[in-house]
Ligand binder design. Structure first.
Ligand code: SF4
Length: 295
């Protein structure tokens, strides 16, 4: 049984924002410093503290841009369909494009597969902004699947062609993508694949799997609205049943970790480094639940 004094924490090799998120935050801060009316469709990152800071500096969050006729609109790291960006500019709105270069490369990969005469198949969540951006970059409709079951359904309803070009949502886990491609091998005659999984995401997933496999408890820190954090937590759970997901140190109760001596901590790509650090400090310093101590 752990008593707190033996408790050790192993941090994932990389924590804090990925370069795409850092770039988007910096571009937005710069726009806010230099321009009058700056707005954004939805949240820039899946983190309330960051969005509060930017909104405090004047960033206006909008639900749609139908009523906007001037000012500057920031395009998020996930991107936006090309035609929408054209339409926004045609209204006289300035655009600060913070689309991550890796997301842009995924759009270009889909376009090149389409030009090669393939049916484009995107492994990803059709409701995610990045996938909407990729769909908007294509001339013809693509097939979006997010599970082996969805692929089988597409095959049964004759929506899957014989010659396909496959790309992946940049934040998707390689394991899921592998399973879908393996199934596809039995269904299609020709498959061209461009690996669009983001390298920083893949590195963090590989590292988290290794860490989850050797610790007694794995803690994943990040927002529940962040796809890559949710995916990271699900992945860790496959390798360690004692995996918990918290959004911040405040959410972490003493009882969740008191019985463990060796604890691993990993985080999503939109989780600020100091939030992860706060979780580490709590795990290493808290000796008993203060509420229980008072009782
Ligand atoms: S996770 Fe990868 S693709 Fe997404 S913003 Fe970060 S660097 Fe870009």
């Amino acid at each position: 049984m752990a008593n707190g004094s033996n408790r050790r924490v192993i941090m994932a090799k990389e924590v804090g924002f990925c370069f795409g998120v850092k770039r988007a935050i910096n571009l937005t801060r710069q726009a806010l410093a230099e321009r009058e009316d700056v707005f954004i469709l939805g949240d820039l990152v899946h983190n309330k503290r960051v969005t509060d800071e930017l909104e405090g500096k004047g960033l206006r969050k909008i639900e749609d841009y139908d009523n906007e006729k001037k000012g500057t609109m920031v395009i998020r790291a996930h991107g936006l369909p090309e035609e929408k960006i054209r339409e926004i500019k045609s209204r006289g709105i300035d655009v600060v494009d913070a689309t991550c270069p890796i997301v842009l490369r995924a759009q270009e990969a889909a376009q090149s597969l389409e030009k090669r005469g393939c049916q484009v198949v995107i492994v990803g969540d059709r409701n995610h902004a990045e996938i909407k951006g990729i769909l908007g970059a294509l001339e013809s409709p693509a097939l979006v699947v997010d599970s082996v079951e969805e692929l089988r359904e597409a095959k049964e309803s004759r929506k899957l062609m014989r010659k396909v070009g496959v790309i992946f949502q940049t934040t998707h886990a390689l394991e899921l993508c592998n399973a879908i491609v393996n199934e596809m091998l039995m269904m299609c005659k020709e498959i061209q694949i461009i690996n669009t999984i983001c390298r920083p995401v893949q590195n963090r997933q590989d590292d988290a799997i290794e860490l989850a496999s050797k610790v007694q408890l794995m803690i994943v820190v990040g927002s529940r609205t962040s796809a890559n954090t949710m995916e990271l937590a699900a992945l860790c759970l496959n390798y360690n049943v004692n995996t918990i997901h918290v959004q911040s140190a405040e959410e972490l109760s003493f009882s969740a970790f008191e019985n463990f001596d060796l604890i691993g901590i990993a985080s999503g790509l939109s989780t600020p480094e100091d939030l992860v650090e706060a979780v580490k400090v709590k795990v290493l310093t808290m000796q008993a639940d203060p509420e229980l101590a008072i009782a």
